[in-house]
Write a protein that binds this ligand. Structure first.
Ligand code: NAD
Ligand code: USQ
Length: 400
């Protein structure tokens, strides 16, 4: 199958491109290296030393004999994206190519505007290009479980059937995003639904939980193929951060009471879910939603799990409940459906002691590269401007 992987230089996009190429698909990676530039902007880095995209692709060819094509450009630039879709005529587009950090989007107005422009405009350009040149193409788009927020009722997979004053309808599930980033995903979902309705496109919105893990069967074939691992206060996710904090002897930074519950999944399950969505496409006119996570945890529970794993290495990690820099519920009901990918055959990897220990070993191997100054959270949701603590540099591509 001809597949474009948008955002294919990123944490999830690169291993997905490898996974699909290894299975014989004709893969083109599309990226503008924005993520690498945000590292420069924030003075941060991937703990795992990642190679340039060019080196990665050359290494993959040498190891597997397979080619991954590369197209460098910005999805927000229709003069780049439209001819790309016209010339490649993809059968599937997997869209990872967005700004994905909630804290980054909350730094200040510029970063909020940039995040929403980058994500919403890129996806809208894509919807137009597909409608005009490849209307049968299946769009597999990465959304987020954070679109739903933490309602006091069960979360369904995209839609909910409700009765109101004696009438009944199935409608998009109510959305309560918790950051400008999460809100950008809600806007994307709205736009995709409209495009499917008016142009008969086919799309799958993968509302993914927080992903953990670094290694996949392909990335471990050669160190040049490894993917990124973020632990800083802006792009690092909770579990990665806790593992690094334990290794460098800092307390694990649980925000607030720690009862915040989220859906989580192993990076290998991300690849499997995307592949399942590709092999079982949505119908023309259908905007399908899958909730893509395998387990639910609260952050205090995750910190305790990391504390337990650290003990295996003789490390006594402390847990510190910091004043929460975010505005979010810290104790709440959370019950989200996730059966649709399981019905398609997903065999989940559950978070295990062995996984935690293997990621901790990876962190220990790179321990000398950890920059402790990057670890504490520097973005406070209550402030409209989080200045010098992160960066005052205008983000790449920001026009306002
Ligand atoms: P990432 O930042 O590592 O990768 C995103 C890639 O997209 C980067 O290589 C970046 O350069 C590229 N990109 C961004 N804007 C672009 C643009 N305008 N044009 C071209 N390329 C662009 O992020 P990730 O962790 O791999 O996440 C990928 C997707 O999955 C995102 O959409 C994210 O919202 C979603 N997601 C991630 C997680 C997670 O835990 N990492 C969880 C749920 C959903
Ligand atoms: N948290 C802590 N301590 C930390 C870091 C985070 O307690 O040091 C808490 C946060 O307050 C939050 C929870 O952990 O309650 C999750 O935060 P996170 O930074 O691990 O993840 P999040 O900001 O939600 O974003 C990540 C990805 C994003 C994706 C999202 C899926 O960066 O791209 O969309 O997970 S979800 O959470 O389901 O929306």
């Amino acid at each position: 199958m001809r597949i474009l992987v948008l955002g294919g230089d990123g944490y999830l996009g690169w291993p997905t491109a490898l996974h699909l190429s290894a299975r014989g698909h004709d893969v083109t990676v599309v990226d503008n290296f924005a993520r690498r530039n945000w590292d420069d902007e924030l003075g941060s880095h991937s703990l795992t030393p990642i190679r340039s995209l060019q080196e990665r692709v050359v290494a993959w060819h040498a190891i597997s004999g397979r080619s991954i094509h590369v197209a460098i450009g910005d999805l927000c630039d229709a003069t780049f994206l439209e001819p790309l879709i016209r010339s490649t005529l993809p059968e599937t587009v997997v869209h990872f190519g967005e700004q994905r950090s909630a804290p980054y989007s909350m730094i200040d107005r510029r970063h909020a505007v940039f995040t929403q422009q980058n994500n919403v405009v890129g996806t809208l350009n894509l919807l137009y290009a597909i409608a005009e040149h490849a209307p049968d193409c299946h769009l597999v788009k990465l959304g987020t479980m954070g679109e739903y927020g933490t309602p006091n009722i069960d979360i369904e997979e995209g839609y909910i059937t409700i009765e109101h004053r004696g009438r009944r309808d199935t409608l998009p599930y109510p959305k309560q995003p918790g950051s400008w980033y999460h809100a950008s995903k809600v806007h994307d979902s709205t736009n995709m639904l409209l495009a499917c309705r008016i142009w008969g496109l086919r799309a799958t919105d993968l509302n993914q939980g927080v992903v953990y893990g670094v290694e996949t069967p392909e990335t471990t074939l050669d160190e040049r193929l490894c993917t990124r691992f973020d632990y800083d206060g802006v792009f690092g996710t909770a579990l990665n951060r806790f593992l690094v904090q334990a290794v460098v002897g800092m307390p694990l930074t649980v925000y607030g009471r720690g009862g915040q519950t989220r859906g989580f999944l192993d990076i290998r399950d991300t690849l499997a879910c995307v592949e399942l969505a590709i092999l079982n496409p949505a119908e023309r006119g259908e905007m399908r939603v899958f909730n893509q996570f395998t387990e639910q945890f609260n952050v205090a529970g995750l910190a305790e799990a990391v504390q337990g794993a650290a003990r295996q290495f003789g490390i006594e990690a402390q847990i510190e409940h910091l004043p929460n820099p975010r505005v979010e519920r810290e104790e709440h009901y959370y019950q989200a459906a996730n059966t649709r990918l399981l019905d398609l055959g997903l065999q989940p990897h559950m978070l295990s002691d062995t996984l935690l220990e293997s990621v901790m070993q990876l962190v220990m191997r790179h321990r000398d590269l950890v920059r402790p100054a990057l670890i504490m959270p520097a973005v406070n949701w209550r402030k409209t401007h989080n200045p010098a603590s992160v960066s005052d540099i205008a983000p790449v591509g920001a026009s306002s």
